[in-house]
Design a protein around this ligand. Structure first.
Ligand code: SAH
Length: 214
């Protein structure tokens, strides 16, 4: 049998701490959330490997390091309302839920949204709301958000999402070509939007009105 808790501790030390993830709250969340529970049973044995994994519908759950890095860049303290675009398995939403007040997450593929809802409910993550929709429009009724995490690669930063960020709010989003992007952090300041480039990355495409066409 697998000792998932021990694997999680190792994942945090070997994959996250050594690469510079240092926010103790983020490291704790990564130690707490049972990543394997968000995956199809057949691949749970590899849940804590240093890579992305398939979750069906040609989509993937991101590498643990990428989840931790994006989360750390949002600088969450516990009181925030956070929007995620691309629910996928629901794992990233659970990590966010450990660190903020409320998570709103949008997924365009119905079956993935349903599986994520089931996993989150089973594990007691009640502070996550999921909507099946084109997330490039954001979630207007619930805006503004303190932080926005986009978990799919975009050709450019959707203005619709910037508009739903409150002043002082942070957004992380992979931006670039269809099969290779750069992680971008954006802060909405009174003087305008300030962007900062992080590391190169590869995400599945953000498909929608303000993203890639299908
Ligand atoms: N955060 C996820 C990984 C997401 S993979 C996790 O932790 O498992 C990216 C997801 O974005 C895929 O599920 C894909 O279907 C979804 N996606 C792509 N374009 C989208 C859009 N316009 N709106 C909502 N979801 C979208």
């Amino acid at each position: 049998m697998f000792n998932f808790e021990a694997e999680r501790r190792r994942m945090v030390e070997v994959q996250l701490v050594t690469r510079g993830i240092h926010d103790p709250r983020v490291l704790n969340a990564m130690r707490n959330v049972p990543r394997h529970e968000f995956m199809p049973e057949a691949i749970r044995g590899t849940a804590y490997g240093d890579h992305a994994l398939p979750i069906g519908e040609s989509q993937t759950i991101s590498q643990p390091y990428m989840v931790a890095l994006m989360t750390e860049l949002l600088e969450l303290t516990g009181s925030e309302r956070v929007l995620e675009i691309g629910t996928g398995s629901g794992y990233q939403a659970a990590v966010l839920a450990e660190l903020c007040a409320k998570v709103y997450t949008v997924e365009r593929i119905k079956t993935l949204a349903a599986n994520a809802r089931a996993a989150l409910d089973r594990l007691g993550y009640q502070r996550v709301a999921i909507k099946t929709f084109d997330g490039t429009y954001g979630w207007k009724d619930m805006a503004p958000f303190d932080a926005i995490l986009v978990a799919a690669g975009a050709p450019e930063i959707p203005e619709s999402l910037v508009a739903q960020l409150r002043e002082g709010g942070r957004m992380v989003i992979p931006v670039g070509e269809r099969f290779s992007q750069q992680l971008v952090k954006l802060v909405k300041t009174p003087e305008g939007v300030v962007t900062d480039k992080s590391i190169p990355c590869v995400f599945v495409p953000l498909i929608g009105n303000h993203g890639w066409k299908e």
